[in-house]
Design a protein around this ligand. Structure first.
Ligand SMILES: NC(=O)c1ccc[n+]([C@@H]2O[C@H](COP(=O)([O-])OP(=O)(O)OC[C@H]3O[C@@H](n4cnc5c(N)ncnc54)[C@H](OP(=O)(O)O)[C@@H]3O)[C@@H](O)[C@H]2O)c1
Length: 341
């Protein structure tokens, strides 16, 4: 029997591309989606008429609880920091039983690994610490409470640990995502996109401090394949995937240095005749924060991790072009949004 799948965030970047991938692979799955307005519902159903719309937002606790109670598989894409929604989901999964289990596939983010820079307020320097989701998974699921996204990660992990026979959790933790989304709503990501927009608006290339900090990357269309693989494992009664305490999946495809991205954005913008020079100017923390307060975190921290679990257990094999290769496209997308071309 086709599984009943409840999704949040399908008009967004991650959820939209995953919806595309999941519905292409499994047109028979019974999908329902939380959507927060009639306009968004139309946006969704014009492309996906078979999806059942659930009107509500992430604070609609009763609605979320009820939908999660009815579902076999839940994909939570909408917001990895929304505590009330996570609590409502945790309440919903608690209705499931060993005979009627639920698979909960949650989205976190490797911002959770930036806690050392956040605490020390260091931006643009390189930190050597690397995490992994295989023999290092225990460290990842016990990061300090002040780490980004950690409060919601804990709620999801606790829901699985409380009832391991009826509630099977997996946390997908993407790093810096890029590339064109294929969903019905937002198709642009955040970090490299806001950087490009900032360079285009201020008309100069920027370097956050020394620009030596490292993150990892994943193309959105590769990322969606790990959500698909987890959904398929769930539909098969668990499959080869790990669920519960160790069901944590980084979804990365290699590291990059933020200074290289910052230089590539300036070069691409200059070559498109959108800024007068390809040079980057090293900015102080205060100057970066003035351009975009969230820029210090987004472009100045370290977040280093290795995705071993998805590759080993799910055969996840990312193949799309890297972030640096796609910077000219990203600059172009942002220039169009700003009406510059
Ligand atoms: N993009 C990245 O590089 C990245 C990497 C790692 C983790 N993440 C995290 O993953 C999550 C999703 O990211 P994204 O890039 O897909 O964001 P996005 O494009 O802004 O999408 C967010 C989705 O969630 C929905 N949503 C947000 N708040 C809602 C609310 N209160 N009620 C109902 N629906 C709500 C949005 O609906 P509307 O269409 O109505 O706005 C949209 O469908 C975020 O928490 C983000 O921090 C992102």
């Amino acid at each position: 029997m086709a599984p009943k799948v409840f999704l949040t965030g399908t008009t967004g970047y991650i959820g939209g591309d995953s919806l595309y991938t999941i519905s292409q692979a499994h047109p028979d799955w019974e999908l329902s989606a939380l959507v927060r307005s009639k306009e968004k519902a139309e946006q969704l159903t014009s492309k996906y008429p078979k999806v059942r719309v659930v009107l509500g937002d992430l604070d609609s606790a009763d609605i979320i609880e009820e939908e999660v109670k009815k579902a076999d598989i839940v994909y939570h894409f909408a917001d990895c920091d929304h505590v009330a929604a996570a609590n409502a989901i945790a309440k919903g999964v608690s209705h499931h039983t060993k005979e009627n289990p639920v698979w909960l596939i949650h989205t976190s983010g490797t911002g959770v690994l930036t806690w050392e820079d956040q605490r020390a307020k260091t931006f643009g320097i390189e930190r050597p610490k690397e995490y992994n989701d295989w023999d290092g998974v225990g460290e990842v699921t016990s990061l300090p409470d002040d780490a980004f996204h950690r409060d919601v990660d804990k709620i999801i992990l606790a829901a699985g640990e409380a009832s391991p026979e009826s509630v099977k959790t997996a946390i997908v933790c993407p790093p810096c995502i890029y590339g064109p989304g294929r969903g019905p709503g937002n198709t642009r990501s955040i970090q490299a996109y806001t950087l490009s927009a900032s360079v285009l608006k201020t008309k100069k290339g920027i370097l956050v401090g020394q620009g030596k900090n490292v993150w990892h990357q994943v193309h959105i269309q590769d990322l969606s394949n790990i959500y698909l693989a987890l959904g398929e494992a769930a539909a098969a009664g668990g499959g080869n995937a790990t669920w519960g305490k160790e069901g944590y999946y980084f979804a990365e495809n290699g590291p990059f240095v933020w200074g290289d991205v910052q230089r590539a954005v300036a070069k691409a913008a200059f070559e498109k005749k959108l800024i007068p020079s390809p040079e980057v100017e090293a900015l102080s923390d205060e100057e970066v924060a003035k351009i975009l307060p969230f820029g210090l975190y987004a472009w100045g921290t370290n977040s280093r991790c290795h995705a071993i679990r998805g590759r080993k257990l799910l055969g996840w094999n990312p193949t799309k072009p890297g972030l640096l290769e796609l910077i000219p496209d990203i600059v172009e997308v942002e220039a169009k949004v700003l009406g510059l071309i």
